[in-house]
Ligand binder design. Structure first.
Ligand code: ZN
Length: 128
């Protein structure tokens, strides 16, 4: 086991240990960058409000139709309720995504902490 050749954000040498032939831990190995990025943004940012725009124009159109007398108030009211249901569903989806993202970030942190702990306890066992 060797020590990771990477540098931590605070400028200190990374304390994670690595198995030969690797020279960098999972955290510092560039080939894991994509995986790390996915873990960090698991669930992703919400798409730039395509659905919000859709709902805006739907509501606008419903309002115009009701005002113009082209749509019965009852139908418009039901449509409005359905829009409300969709909004609640979107909010639910957002919360789930947020939770997934947090879990992904926690798992990455736990992995790093475990790797550093392991390498520290090995070093103290050797009296280094
Ligand atoms: Zn490292």
């Amino acid at each position: 086991m060797a020590q990771c050749a990477g540098t931590k954000r605070n400028g200190e040498r990374c304390t994670a240990s690595v198995e030969a032939p690797l020279a960098l831990c999972w955290w510092h190995d560039g080939s894991n960058a994509e995986q790390r990025r996915r873990a960090a943004s698991k669930g992703g940012k919400s798409r730039p409000n395509r659905i919000t725009k859709e709902l805006h124009s739907l509501l606008e159109s419903l309002t115009e139709q009701v005002v113009a007398g082209d749509l019965e108030p009852y139908r418009a009211s039901v449509a409005g309720q359905l829009v409300g249901v969709r909004l609640r569903l979107l909010e639910y989806e957002r919360r789930v995504k947020e939770q997934d993202e947090l879990v992904g970030r926690l798992e990455a942190l736990e992995e790093q902490i475990t790797a550093e702990k392991n390498s520290e306890s090995r070093r103290s066992a050797w009296g280094v």
